[in-house]
Design a protein around this ligand. Structure first.
Ligand SMILES: [Zn+2]
Length: 408
């Protein structure tokens, strides 16, 4: 099947947008993308006309967790069959909102991906981590219950236990996540907000532990993504060879320079910080998290602005985990613009920069370029002047995933 998309505005993902563009989708690939005047004749193609055409969006930090509350312990006390069934609905919502690729850094994504790839359920292409790797008492451990219970419930929900201590366990942890289908390894290199007892400022995992994780992941050709708020955690992760920093709340000039030097990508997740400040309390956020989110919010927006100003490579991620919130992912673009990005920079972060957050696992997608995967969306407005158009799923008129029309 060949589709010929004729659009008033063609936004390639990287580089300048152009007026009156054509994109041709042949089988599963893009066979042309450029000005209408240069497009080949395609008498047999099905023609789609739209205001704007652009690459399918990338969510680079989501969680398919299948609970409604802003309380992660709720996940553990809901049956995994129920959370997974809800997450299937979230995957559909994401696809309808124009997200054709999800990098899922903790949750049931590795299992959803099986059913999506088989064509059993609709959804974006999901690159999951399964569980996350955390030290005992770290951000990925659940402090309010006995350790063995925490580990058992993590394994029951996300496939494998992720609480590891010492370089040998850390290495074995990477191997366990791989056997659950991980396409990216997610670790916690600092404390977090949504965990009870740890401090977001303090680093987590020792140097030998971080090095063992990165060594094993690199050898197995998967990239390591590190949750980091405090600067010490950011610097330790960078030194160990981590390639994406998630959140980056206390990133400063030195950390930004180190990220540029090492080619490390920042995934800011402004959406979740903004959401928790405004709506967390009404969504059951625990008291310990309320205290921590207040102190991190302003530092977080300053850090993103600094990263933008310095030229750190940024990919779009929201940290959405709640069922029903999926589909709102593109609100992040508006928040990134508030932090100093131009609309075109935000679009690049949400498209062309996405694949690189998977390192060796990256697909050939994220841009309207000949030969790339035909993951393409059409819109009823022009996001290159107003990214808020992307935030409403109703504005996404067509979604093509791998050349197949899945919406419109
Ligand atoms: Zn997260």
């Amino acid at each position: 099947m060949t589709f010929r998309i004729e659009a008033d505005r063609l936004i390639p993902g990287r580089g300048p947008a152009l007026d009156d563009g054509v994109v041709l989708l042949e089988d599963n690939l893009i066979s042309f993308a450029g000005p209408a005047t240069e497009a080949p004749d395609t008498p047999d193609a099905e023609v789609v006309t739209s205001k704007a055409v652009m690459p399918g969006l990338w969510e680079c930090h989501g969680h398919f967790m299948g609970v409604y509350e802003a309380n992660l312990e709720k996940v553990l006390f809901t049956r995994p069959q129920v959370t997974t069934a809800r997450a299937a609905g979230d995957a559909i919502r994401a696809l309808e909102a124009g997200f054709t690729s999800i990098r899922e850094v903790g949750g049931v994504g590795v299992f959803l991906a099986v059913a999506v790839d088989e064509g059993q359920i609709a959804g974006p292409t999901i690159y999951g981590s399964g569980a996350t790797l955390s030290m005992t008492a770290g951000h990925g451990d659940f402090h309010g219950m006995p350790l063995e219970q925490s580990r058992a419930l993590i394994a029951a929900h996300w496939g494998e236990d992720g609480v590891v201590d010492g370089p040998d366990q850390a290495r074995a942890g990477v191997r366990r996540l791989l056997r659950a289908g991980a396409r990216v390894i997610k670790i916690h290199a600092s404390g977090g907000v949504m965990s009870q007892l740890d401090d977001p400022h303090l680093p987590q995992f020792s140097k030998p532990e971080l090095e063992a994780i990165v060594d094993e992941a690199t050898r197995m050709e998967v990239l390591v993504a590190a949750h980091c708020h405090g600067k010490r955690g950011i610097m330790a992760a960078l030194e160990a060879g981590v390639k994406t920093i998630e959140h980056g709340t206390y990133l400063d000039e030195e950390a930004a320079d180190a990220m540029i030097e090492t080619g490390t990508i920042l995934v800011p997740t402004r959406f979740i910080v903004d959401f928790l400040v405004r709506e967390g309390a009404s969504r059951g956020m625990p008291d310990y998290a309320k205290k921590k989110i207040q102190t991190t919010s302003e530092a977080h927006s300053d850090a993103i602005s600094l990263a933008v100003e310095k030229g750190v490579k940024i990919a779009m991620g929201t940290d959405i985990w709640a069922s029903g919130m999926w589909g709102r992912n593109a609100e992040e673009l508006g928040l990134m613009v508030e932090c100093g990005m131009t609309p075109m920079q935000a679009i690049e972060a949400a498209t062309a920069n996405g694949p690189a957050t998977l390192g060796p696992q990256a697909p050939n997608s994220g841009q309207l370029v000949v030969g790339m995967d035909a993951d393409v969306i059409c819109l009823n407005g022009d996001p290159s002047s107003d990214v808020s158009i992307l935030a409403d799923s109703a504005n996404v008129t067509h979604v093509f995933k791998g050349g197949t029309r899945v919406k419109g």
